[in-house]
Design a protein around this ligand. Structure first.
Ligand code: MG
Length: 203
């Protein structure tokens, strides 16, 4: 799983920073994947789990150095995803200049909903992302607000990493990220496309 950070201006600002000159990229291992109905487990090292609802682009074919004008040909489909983040661990890592591998890549940190074939999504740049916690709306934004659009993301990532079928690209989160607690129920959706329900617990 390849992930972009700070790809929405208002979220970059709420994190106390500006939009970075180059995309912020991080990875999650395959063991971070969690399906619909699962439970995100907070590891013992953290007391501050945050949600980030995101459009996930699923890659359908092998490619590298993909030009933006051909990028959409490499997509299999789309899903809603949650980039679950240990914010206290991430903040400490940022202060020390350390990587985000723990804060972003722990087991269950990547819930992903049903994948919808790209043919059923005529315009992935006009999708509404929504996240509720215990029925209350916490995040609501449009993929139209992404700083790098999908072809730019695929082109950039494929200039660094070879893309493989099944790779999942988390495209960044709109503003409104906040803490969740054990026992909470999160419902994420891309309106009309993909949905996801997960609980929160402690490992
Ligand atoms: Mg994110």
């Amino acid at each position: 799983m390849l992930c972009l950070g700070k790809n929405y201006e208002k979220h970059a600002k709420e994190m106390g920073g500006e939009v970075p000159p180059n995309p912020v990229v991080f990875l999650k291992p395959s063991t971070a994947l969690l399906g619909d109905g699962g439970t995100v487990l907070i590891p013992a090292i953290s007391n501050d789990l945050h949600h980030e609802v995101e459009l996930v682009v699923v890659i359908g074919k092998h490619g590298r150095d993909i030009a933006p004008e051909h990028a959409m040909e490499y997509i299999l489909g789309y899903a809603v995803g949650l980039d679950m983040t240990l914010r206290d661990v991430q903040s400490a890592a940022k202060k020390r200049g350390e990587p985000w591998a723990v804060a972003k890549g722990f087991d269950t940190s990547a819930p992903i909903g049903n994948v919808v074939p790209k043919e059923q999504v005529p315009d992935p740049h006009s999708l509404m992302l929504n996240l509720t916690v215990n029925g209350q709306v916490r995040q609501h934004g449009s993929t139209a607000e992404m700083i790098l659009n999908i072809p730019q993301i695929i082109s950039y990532l494929s200039s660094i990493y070879t893309l493989e079928p099944g790779d999942c690209i988390f495209t960044g989160t709109p503003e409104g990220v906040s803490q969740v607690q054990p026992g909470d129920l999160l419902v994420a959706e891309i309106e009309g496309v993909s949905s996801l329900r997960v609980g929160v617990g402690r490992r």
